[in-house]
Unconditional design. Structure first.
Length: 573
């Protein structure tokens, strides 16, 4: 797939799982920081430099960083490079005196990275001193924390992190919650962009116009649009060829593309996350009585052919296929979908036009969508690490100069010229598909996945462009050149309903009962909800499922979750 696919991989940031290990060497003396305000509006204050301070901007002798890699199968290499030796490892050596040395690497398909890391832990193999683990392997990260091999990082962060990084982390302090043990911060959250996986609905605008319809804002209006798309299709498609609303729930009811959770949100709950109840307690959305109305609606839509008959077998990527083929009229997904995958619809239907729309309201005006957490992984630091400050030297520079650089700073066009960006003879950024020798997502060569992200930076860039301003910063130029034209406008649509965005309120580590019962409860839930939607069980079967869920460990989990929540609200950890 072309450039839009690459942009999606940059934004999504879920497939690749990187892991890194640092081993320091003794450093003597100190070095006055010469770039204390590089590229971040004066907030990126370096750690104080005093006599004997081990923190340096460049290490001499070198610090060796050993690393292990979970390599995204989509990741490309050029110029004879590999994950072990590449433009990023050369950069680290030349810029910081950091020698990046790989212990091992594995193509990360089917959870291979997490499996290999867990095997290394259980068999006594050498583990990296610093390991960065994505959300796909969250359970492995928790096991490593509980193993006692990894250190408290809060004091290190307080001592060594730059002001830019600290300000980014402070945008949502709850990102620390999954990694807190007895009041101690045991992992550094890997930050993600705000609203990156919140969703809106995308509509075939050309179909709406031909049918003299407007973008719907209520469930009732949505049903009228789906009926017209299917049975009066303006492109002449037969009803059996049309997917009015492309959704899937093979893996989850609460995801990032093809998501059906907003349908339940129209009736006041969000499945497969912990929501705040009217009584101030956390409650699991999938066992909320209001789920029944959403299940009834999905069953109705399945019967009418509004959603795919195979929805129970479709994952997120599968839901994009009819949209790209030109046979779907509506698909839920992120604000950046006009770049990927919806731009590819033009290859099959040259006149297709996709337009962003709000989440439709339920009968009483209710709208709920799941919200994006501000972190998508964690970095752990070994108790044996002699010089963890070297990691902060590396990451501080990325936060100060790459995360949201100002014009004129060193990385205000991209990371590595000829890899993730290229400029024309006149100094303008070229689109990714015009890079000599091909675009390479070299950001994934860095020690921390995605390099460094400030949660609100991406949305600020979008709104700047949506207001008609000329692109100036790296993020703005990247959006203007590489993303779909509708992306900034879609970001504005998303923010029209920002108060309707609800994050999972439980962000702590797995409770004791979750560790032993959650897989069973998840299977119970998946089978019950699917059976109701497909008519294998009556709607009232939901009540039996709830009873079984509570008796099977759900009631205990609810108590444990609320005990954690009460402790967090009281200021404990």
């Amino acid at each position: 797939m072309g450039t839009p696919r690459k942009i999606w991989l940059r934004l999504l940031g879920l497939s690749a799982v990187l892991a890194v290990s640092l081993a320091g060497c003794e450093g003597n003396g100190s070095r006055e920081s010469s770039n204390a305000n590089d590229g971040a509006s004066g907030v990126n204050v370096r750690p104080a430099v005093t006599a004997g301070n081990v923190y340096k901007d460049k290490y001499d002798p070198e610090v060796t960083i050993t690393t292990v890699w979970g390599v995204d199968p989509e990741l490309k290499f050029k110029n004879g490079e590999s994950i072990e030796y590449n433009v990023a490892t050369r950069w680290a050596k030349e810029k910081f005196g950091i020698n990046v040395k790989s212990l091992w690497s594995i193509t990360d398909t089917g959870g291979a990275f997490g499996t290999k890391l867990r095997l290394a832990m259980s068999s006594g193999q050498e583990l990296p001193d610093i390991v960065t683990i994505g959300t796909a392997d969250a359970a492995v990260a928790q096991d490593l924390i509980d193993s006692g091999m990894y250190a408290e990082v809060g004091s290190l962060f307080d001592k060594y992190a730059s002001g830019t990084w600290k300000a980014a982390m402070a945008e949502d302090p709850s990102v620390w919650n999954p990694y807190i043990r007895d009041g101690k911060k045991m992992g550094l959250p890997v930050l993600d962009y705000a609203y990156n996986h919140d969703y809106i609905l995308w509509f075939r605008q050309d179909w709406l116009e031909k049918l003299h319809l407007q973008v719907p804002v209520t469930i009732e209006e949505l049903e009228e649009v789906m009926e017209a798309f299917k049975y009066h299709n303006p492109d002449g498609l037969k009803p059996e060829q049309v997917t009015p609303l492309s959704i899937g729930f093979k893996t989850t009811m609460n995801t990032w593309m093809g998501d059906p959770s907003w349908i339940f949100g129209a009736y006041g709950t969000l499945p497969q996350q912990w929501n705040l109840g009217a009584d101030g307690k956390l409650e699991y959305g999938s066992v909320d009585a209001r789920m029944k109305k959403g299940l009834a609606k999905l069953k109705e839509w399945l019967g009418k052919g509004y959603i795919p008959q195979e929805a129970g077998l479709w994952d997120e990527n599968k839901t994009a296929e009819p949209a790209v083929a030109g046979t779907a009229g509506i698909i839920p997904g992120p604000y950046w979908m006009s770049g990927w995958p919806l731009k590819d619809t033009l290859q099959n239907v040259p006149d297709a036009v996709w337009v962003p729309g709000v989440i439709p309201a339920g009968p009483d005006g209710t709208v709920m969508r799941h919200g994006t957490q501000y972190a998508n992984g964690v970095t752990l630091i070994s108790r044996k690490m002699k010089h963890p400050e070297a990691f902060f030297t590396y990451e501080n520079y990325l936060f100060d100069n790459f995360a949201d650089p100002q014009p004129g700073s060193g990385l205000d066009n991209g990371l590595f010229a000829g890899y993730d960006y290229e400029l024309s003879a006149s100094g303008r950024m070229l689109s990714s598909d015009k890079i000599s020798g091909g675009y390479v997502n070299s950001i994934r060569y860095l020690l921390v996945r995605d390099g460094a992200r400030i949660p609100d930076a991406q949305m600020k860039a979008m709104l700047h462009l949506a207001d008609g301003m000329e692109p100036a910063s790296r993020l703005e130029k990247d959006v203007a050149v590489n993303y779909g034209k509708a992306t900034p406008a879609a970001a504005k649509v998303l923010l029209q309903q920002k108060e309707k965005s609800f994050k999972n309120m439980f962000t702590g580590p797995a409770t004791e009962t979750m560790k032993s019962k959650l897989d069973y409860l998840n299977n119970l839930e998946s089978e019950a909800l699917s059976a109701i939607i497909y008519g294998e069980q009556p709607l009232d079967y939901f009540d039996s499922f709830v009873a079984d869920w509570k008796a099977g460990g759900g009631e205990r989990i609810t108590r444990e979750v609320n005990a954690w929540y009460d402790k967090m609200r009281a200021g404990g950890n």
